[in-house]
Write a protein that binds this ligand. Structure first.
Ligand SMILES: Nc1ncnc2c1ncn2[C@@H]1O[C@H](COP(=O)(O)OP(=O)(O)OP(=O)(O)O)[C@@H](O)[C@H]1O
Length: 286
């Protein structure tokens, strides 16, 4: 598949903290999930790729545009849709007014064409019926869809979504996943999330970050496979396990290095993720 976004050696320090430490990656069309614990550097990576903050070192390119020049940066911004972690809305704006305002900022000057585009996007995210309602009167799930609509203005080729499913109930999350999957058709989407199910259900690639560094890059199946032969069941919590918990069946599910003859279980993506993080912190401690 064609590489649409690439980065090499991205480094950004805040005082003594390396928020990004030599991050090198390649993205292709479709939804790539970005997993990592709090403080891993996910938001910083998204902000750098969205040209909101320049890296101290390293280079990147978005859909053939090089953001290190003023003209290149402008082209990246034109090709970009960004849903930040805490999208700022004017609460008295209606959904329509807010998305229209974003369209104005995105240089859509023809009022008729712009309004048609705003209506098309609000329809795509299923907000047509409430487009005249003030944002402060919308549910959390609807507000997130307004933020997604704003990010989709201008049909960007690269969509950056920072934890968009946080705070949504399971039904809203499912609805939002459908929209992200749709958005990923013919587009490059980078989705930061704490939800391993988001990744298992909609991503074709996944990146794991910890302490500013890339710890894994591959398919969700490959991340799951990191835990192959490393998840087992036992009647009591196995003290040798890196983590273990009692399941609803009353037995313990352990992850780590199983003893001889252990009753191995089928791993999940979450197991693969936990073990990748655990291996990374063991490496740092060594
Ligand atoms: N503007 C800033 N000033 C100082 N330190 C910062 C700043 N932004 C991020 N950091 C630090 O950089 C590191 C990475 O933070 P970042 O927000 O990118 O992590 P994250 O993976 O997005 O975390 P979370 O999942 O909690 O949002 C953290 O140690 C954080 O405290």
């Amino acid at each position: 598949m064609t590489v649409t976004v690439s980065a090499s050696g991205l480094t950004l320090r805040y005082g003594g903290t390396a928020a990004l430490d030599e991050v090198t990656l390649r993205l292709t069309e479709g939804v790539t999930g970005l997993l990592g614990p709090n403080g891993a550097g996910k938001t910083t990576l998204l902000r750098v790729l969205a040209t909101a903050v320049p890296p101290d070192r390293g280079a990147f390119s978005v859909l053939g545009h090089d953001p290190s020049t003023t003209a290149g940066r402008q082209n990246v911004r034109r090709a970009l849709g960004y849903l930040p972690q805490n999208p700022g809305f004017h609460p008295d704006f209606t959904a329509f007014e807010f998305v229209d305002y974003v369209a104005i900022l995105k240089e859509m000057t023809d009022r008729g064409a712009r309004h048609r585009e705003v209506r098309r996007i609000l329809d795509a995210v299923d907000l047509s019926e409430v487009r005249g309602r003030r944002i402060k009167r919308l549910s959390g799930g609807m507000r997130q869809r307004v933020a997604l609509a704003a990010a989709l203005v201008g049909d960007p080729g690269f969509l950056v979504l920072d934890e968009p499913t946080v705070g949504l109930d399971p039904e809203q999350r499912m609805r939002f996943r459908e929209l992200i999957a749709q958005a990923g058709e013919g587009r490059t989407v980078l989705l930061s999330t704490h939800q391993t199910e988001d990744v298992a259900m909609l991503c074709h690639r996944v990146i794991v970050m910890a302490q500013g560094r890339l710890r894994f890059e591959g398919t969700p199946a490959e991340l799951t496979a990191q835990a192959a032969g490393r998840v087992w069941s036992s009647a009591e919590r196995d003290p040798a396990a890196r983590a273990g918990w009692r399941t609803g069946l009353g037995t313990f599910r352990n992850v780590g290095d199983p003893p001889e003859g252990a009753d191995l279980l089928e791993p999940t993506l979450e197991d693969g993720y936990l073990l990748t993080l655990d291996d990374a912190s063991a490496e740092v401690a060594a």
